[in-house]
Design a protein around this ligand. Structure first.
Ligand code: BGC
Length: 880
């Protein structure tokens, strides 16, 4: 017996924050990761003067443990530590300290004394409305006592628009695209920075650089700007605490001034221009009074998730001349962010321009799919020392792999240009790799797609004039996303926006934050598979991170949605009132210009989703049952609804034996995975699905809603070999087709690029849409075999699906309890399965071909087995 490891424990994590400064809760929940099997813990909370401890608490809980001490008020600073006892009753050393601090959580009307102020209107007047508006500077001075020492200084700021901040000439923070995009009318996010070292006695100058962003710039399709308001504004509050305990609070008010910025236009979709000829010392600018704006400070919220940041840079791989003579830079990776340019010296008025696109077509920049999002940045040189040495436009982002450079004196060298990758700086959690290079690359493409589409909010795509928080796309992708990165904080905020955007009857808009864009959208109604983000996303967060509070916070939103959905379904739950619905969007059989024209009617997927969402509510109500009688009561109601919808599905869409009335992969896969069939129908449906996949030539025969379900449905009904054949298919439509075409992200359409290298003629063709990348969840859970069997992976289910086609596959995930891993290697028919089970958790391991799970505890485990016969024979289904 090896000696037990010394007990040890990680520092405490606070809520879902990476950096717990300026948190918005008075009772933040605490999590830690013991390196041993915890049997008890003790928490210690220090406020600098006094220490609160829980004493020993006999409990194995270590995830989102309720705040143990008295509730916090605004600006409270605490240092928290934990120690744990292992199963031998040995206690470990105290963890390293975590210091947390609350933001402003009292009455916003008294705590926020700064005002929302905007630049003098003429400064941001738009000359060419199609190109974006000028940015502006706002400047103010805060005088601090010279006779007293500053103990702490905090800066809190937000904007109607996008802002960067300087204090005494030095940049504040490393966030990008602050404050992001929320349902501004209800929620405007502020951040808090520790500026203790940056303030000084006497005058302190605060400078805001302010641009349109989502607030006033172009949003979505339809060419609309000024969705939220016609004036940008900023709110900055500096709070200084002197050594003697007195506090000085000052910020944006009518003493501030505004001036023209050398950024002559800045827009998320259109790009940005810096005219370096207009760069001047701040004191030489023409400063005009700011305008105070109406603003309700009750809308201010502290962030629940991390900020957007530059997380890496990608070097230019190749610079070439196109057939038409254009200079094209290739970064080798379709990514989201912007350029960082080493600025050449050239004469005044030299205009460098950079147009970004995801693909080339016939050797030229393929900009057609961008539609109205021009993604063009410009730098006009002054020919003096005022020209920046390095330039990165700060108020825009682009989806691109290629950049066309015009106006460069001579030719740029690769080291003159790098791509800066931007996304919400979530904690990376999950990895996957396998012996098949194409499949591993597919997974890599999914990860890149996630990075590019989690830029402050989860979007459909990051490049064209769309970039919206489409609910359906996230609904499908949420499990994959939750595995790859810690999405809890970001999605907690997004779900709060979703709830605000629901109609009074509970209808969830098709994208969140919602904005009336143009009449291209069908009238708002309960949209199957899209509105279900209201139920599926919170449930996924609960399942993956063990956060039950999210179910509680979203409960009214979840029930509101299902009620609206049931209302559309009608008394007989048959959706007989008709109308339009996205349905199994982008079915591989749908004509390029009719993405809704799927193999199955939308009413079929709607009935399936109604059953699923009602069932989620029934389960969520059970989870919340100890928080009040209404949850259990409502759970019963939704359980009944789920049963009725399930019965309706069977009556309408399945024969008595399990054959689908609309024989198609989606019809079978949904029936099986959503558990809509009777036991006697299920196996037959699985067999028919396998035959259907064979009849479809082992190619994709599904759209957004069906695609993530097919491989699971096959595997669950004993057709893993058929699932493998579908997964490894390279002909279009398939997951790997795009990979064989050199894709480095997941495409919106199965054939976004046609085999001859031309771009799909449809008006809607993105090369970076994560929806079809939802298959990565299957790679994690089933191919490698790492799945949650209890919330937060407190129990794992390891049921990998080895194949003759691969030698190995492996996935790992940083669960709230520590790192878990599952994988297998194969030599001939011999298979070795390895599992790492985090401390304090357990796993049920179902070896290939076995029926009964083996139960194992924490630690590393190795199992030897052989390929089951049906896999060894590699017998996919045949048609007929
Ligand atoms: C978006 C989608 C979205 C769909 C809704 C498209 O324009 O890009 O991904 O879910 O519309 O039908």
């Amino acid at each position: 017996m090896p000696a037990p490891a010394d007990p040890a424990v990680s520092p405490i994590r606070v809520e879902h924050r990476r950096d717990p400064l300026g948190i918005g809760r008075s009772r933040p929940r605490l999590s830690w990761t013991p390196a041993v099997t915890q049997t008890a813990y003790e928490l210690r909370v220090d406020d600098g003067d006094t220490t609160f401890t829980t004493g020993r608490v006999d409990s194995a809980d270590c995830v989102l443990v309720p705040w143990p001490a008295p509730a916090l008020t605004s600006r409270a600073r605490r240092t928290v530590r934990v120690r744990v006892w292992d199963e031998h009753d040995r206690v470990c050393d105290w963890s390293g300290p975590t210091t947390l601090e609350t933001g402003l959580i009292g009455d916003p009307r008294t705590e926020w004394t700064a005002r929302m102020v905007g630049p003098a209107p003429r400064l941001t007047r738009v000359e060419d409305p199609s190109a974006g508006a000028p940015a502006a500077y706002l400047r103010g001075v805060v005088h601090l006592d010279t006779g007293r020492r500053v103990r702490t200084a905090r800066l809190r700021a937000t904007a109607r628009g996008l802002m960067t901040l300087e204090l005494n000439g030095a940049p504040v923070g490393d966030e990008a695209l602050h404050p992001g995009w929320t349902t501004y009318r209800h929620r405007l996010r502020y951040r808090t920075w520790d500026v203790t070292d940056a303030v000084r006695g006497g005058d302190n100058t605060l400078l805001v650089h302010l641009a349109d962003g989502w607030y006033r710039g172009f949003v979505g399709f339809g060419g609309r700007r000024e969705i939220y308001g016609s004036d940008t504004g900023a709110l900055v509050q500096l709070e200084v605490e002197y050594d003697d305990g007195t506090r000085h609070v000052a910020g944006t008010d009518d003493s501030w001034h505004s001036a023209a910025s050398p950024v002559t236009r800045a827009d998320i979709q259109k790009g940005q221009t810096l005219d370096a000829r207009r760069i001047a010392p701040l004191d030489a600018l023409d400063w005009l009074p700011v305008q105070e704006q109406e603003f309700d400070p009750a809308t201010l919220v502290a962030p629940t998730g991390p900020a957007v940041r530059a997380t890496r840079t990608v070097a230019a791989r190749d610079i070439r001349t196109s057939p038409s003579g254009a200079t094209l830079v290739d970064f080798g990776q379709n990514l989201v962010g912007r350029l960082r340019v080493r600025v050449p010296r050239a004469e005044a008025g030299t205009r460098l321009s950079f147009r970004h696109a995801e693909v080339l077509e016939h050797g030229e920049l393929g900009t057609r799919p961008l539609r109205a999002a021009t993604q063009a940045d410009e730098l006009v040189l002054s020919g003096t020392d005022n020209d920046p040495r390095v330039w990165e436009p700060e108020f825009t982002f682009h989806g691109f792999r290629y950049v066309q450079v015009d106006g460069w004196p001579g030719e740029p060298r690769p080291e003159d240009l790098e791509a800066v990758v931007l996304h919400t700086d979530m904690r990376p959690l999950g990895e996957f790799a396998c012996s098949d290079d194409l499949l591993t690359r597919l997974h890599e493409n999914v990860v890149w797609g996630m990075r590019g589409n989690f830029v402050d909010l989860p979007t459909d795509c990051p490049q064209r004039d769309e970039r919206l928080g489409w609910t359906g796309d996230l609904q499908i992708f949420a499990p994959t996303a939750a595995f790859l990165y810690d999405t809890a904080g970001l999605l907690e905020g997004w779900l709060a926006d979703l709830a605000h955007d629901q109609s009074p009857t509970g209808v969830v808009p098709p994208f969140v934050p919602f904005a009336e864009l143009d009449d291209m959208l069908p009238p708002l109604d309960a949209e199957a598979g899209w509105g279900d983000a209201a139920t599926v996303v919170p449930w996924t967060l609960y399942e993956r991170y063990g956060d039950a509070d999210i179910l509680h916070a979203q409960w009214d939103s979840m029930t509101g949605w299902v009620d609206a959905f049931a209302a559309r379904a009608g008394a007989d739950l048959d959706f007989a009132s008709g109308g339009f619905s996205f349905g199994d969007w982008l079915d591989s059989a749908a004509p390029d210009d009719q993405p809704w024209a799927a193999r199955v009617p939308w009413q079929l997927v709607a009935t399936g989703y109604l059953a699923r969402s009602a069932r989620i509510l029934a389960r969520a109500g059970d989870v919340l049952a100890d928080r009040g009688p209404r949850f259990a009561r409502q759970a019963e109601h939704y359980r009944g609804l789920a049963e009725r919808a399930t019965a309706r599905f069977r009556d309408e869409y399945v024969t008595a034996t399990g054959r689908a009335a609309f024989p198609a992969q989606t019809a079978y896969a949904m029936a099986i995975v959503f558990d809509l069939l009777l036991p006697r129908q299920r196996q037959h449906a699985g067999d028919l699905l396998a035959q259907q996949v064979a009849a479809d030539g082992f190619r994709i025969g599904t759209g957004f809603l069906g695609t993530p379900l097919v491989c699971d449905a096959l595997a669950d009904t004993g057709h893993a070999a058929t699932a493998w054949k579908l997964l490894l298919q390279r002909e279009c439509p398939s997951w790997l087709y795009a990979v064989t075409m050199g894709a480095t992200t997941v495409w919106e359409r199965w054939n976004s690029m046609l085999p001859d290298g031309s771009i799909n003629p449809g008006a809607m063709t993105s090369f970076n849409h994560y929806a079809f990348g939802a298959i990565a969840d299957y790679l994690h859970r089933r191919v490698a075999g790492l799945a949650p069997a209890a919330p937060g992976y407190r129990r794992l289910r390891v049921a990998p699906l080895p194949t003759r086609e691969l030698e190995w596959a492996r996935a790992s995930h940083l669960t709230p309890y520590g790192r878990a891993e599952a994988g297998w290697t194969r030599q001939g028919d011999d298979v070795t399965v390895t599992v790492t089970v985090p401390p304090g958790t357990e796993a049920e391991v179902v070896l290939p071909g076995a029926m009964e799970p083996l139960a194992v505890g924490p630690g590393e485990h190795t199992f030897h087995t052989t390929l089951p016969e049906e896999v060894a024979a590699a017998k996919p289904a045949t048609f007929g």
